[in-house]
Design a protein around this ligand. Structure first.
Ligand SMILES: Cc1cc2nc3c(=O)[nH]c(=O)nc-3n(C[C@H](O)[C@H](O)[C@H](O)COP(=O)(O)OP(=O)(O)OC[C@H]3O[C@@H](n4cnc5c(N)ncnc54)[C@H](O)[C@@H]3O)c2cc1C
Length: 357
């Protein structure tokens, strides 16, 4: 991990930042959701609010780092209502698009990418009306394209990719350069933050299962190859969990979507299956240089949790918490939108009149 950010010794009393700023907000989690929330808090709260980020995994140790990073909301990406889900996705797309159109696009790892979603099995799998409404280019494949690709059904789509091997360091630099403080520390309970912060944003991803006892959190195990294949210019999705997604330097080849699997190791049978499927889809990949294989747990929750909670612990200590976790297979896609929502909820907490002592 990058050791350059201002950090404080885990567990020491100095973890409470003495600062001229009098309002303290904490974000738990340094994945794409935590870093998005932390930087958006800095951008949207008044300058007298200090933001600290606490996490026990950073950069290459997070789940976010292995994501292919394509803006691709699946049909089972759910917020509490269809309107809120649409807003999260639209806000996210606009956020990434504004980075794309800025001079920071290449250092942030955001690029435009076109490609094909194909199937031989089920025509509707290649059509997503909500996704179509957000994107500028989303059309049926022509008969010529289908014949070249060897599929019955298909759509041609132009979307965005956010490569987290660039994006997480970019957000980390942004956060620390605006005065954000990072603590490398494992939390057994959010109670450890009570009395130290006005509001805590819980962006702990799969960690929420233990941290706040959310038993419904379920891993969806994903195994992928990261390869060097500079000739691959488009993305490809097939309906059998197969995808080919070029990032900034490496192409992600996948994959698996194994519900409730806690295997964190590369499985040799999955490796064989993935390689067979991707090379059948795009035979030129046989010449790709394999850089590594990787496994991650998509932090799945049936409804992504973005909501306020007033936690009360044994002994009467209390804490105002805004949850922002459970993004499953769509954390990169949706992090800016759910984080903007979380920022609005933090503001609601901060705007409450202070209780009289
Ligand atoms: C193979 C694969 C491919 C993917 N491809 C895509 C894609 O193309 N597009 C897309 O949108 N999504 C994709 N995803 C999904 C995406 O990776 C996740 O949704 C996203 O990374 C979740 O981000 P997060 O910040 O919630 O979690 P994480 O990245 O896991 O971060 C969680 C953070 O919380 C901290 N934390 C947790 N518990 C504690 C604790 N007790 N104390 C202190 N810190 C704690 C951790 O240290 C960490 O910093 C993919 C996932 C996989 C596995």
């Amino acid at each position: 991990m990058n050791g350059k950010h201002p950090r404080v010794d885990p567990g020491s009393e100095s973890t409470v930042q003495s600062s001229s700023m009098d309002i303290r907000v904490c974000v738990v989690g340094a994945g794409v959701v935590g870093l998005s929330t932390a930087t958006l808090l800095q951008a949207n709260l008044s300058p007298d609010v200090s933001v600290t980020l606490v996490a026990d995994k950073f950069l290459s140790d997070t789940t976010s780092i292995g994501a292919a990073g394509i803006f691709w909301p699946g049909l089972h990406f759910q917020g509490p209502t269809p309107e809120i889900t649409s807003r999260w996705l639209k806000d996210s797309y606009d956020h990434y698009k504004s980075i794309l159109n800025s001079p920071e696009a290449s250092i942030a790892g955001v690029k435009e990418l076109s490609g094909y979603h194909v199937s031989n099995n089920y025509p509707k799998v290649v059509l997503d009306e909500m996704f179509k409404r957000i994107l500028e280019e989303y059309r049926n494949c022509t008969p010529e394209e289908l014949s070249t690709l060897g599929f019955k059904y298909g759509t041609f789509i132009t979307t965005l990719v956010t490569d987290c091997t660039y994006y997480l360091p970019y957000l980390t630099r942004k956060f620390t350069s605006h005065g954000g403080v990072i603590e490398d520390r494992h939390l057994n309970s959010l109670e450890e933050l009570s009395g130290k912060y006005e509001v805590v944003c819980n962006c702990s991803g799969f960690g929420a299962k233990d941290l706040v006892g959310d038993s419904i959190m379920t891993p969806i195990r994903g195994q992928v190859y990261k390869v060097r294949a500079p000739g691959v210019r488009n993305f490809y999705f097939n309906d059998n969990d197969t995808f080919i997604i070029p990032g900034m330097e490496l192409v992600t080849l996948g994959g698996t979507k194994q519900f409730d699997s806690y295997n964190a190791e590369v499985d040799k049978y999955d490796s064989l299956s993935i390689w067979k499927r991707v090379t059948e889809l795009l035979p030129s990949l046989k010449d790709a240089q394999i850089v590594r294989e990787w496994v991650g747990w998509r932090p799945y929750r049936p409804v992504v949790r973005v909501e306020k909670e007033r936690m009360t612990f044994d002994g009467g200590r209390t804490l105002k918490v805004v949850h922002n976790y459970g993004h499953g297979a769509y954390g990169v896609t949706s992090a800016p939108g759910t984080s903007m929502h979380a920022v609005r909820l933090v503001k609601e907490f901060l705007d409450e009149p202070k209780a009289k002592l």
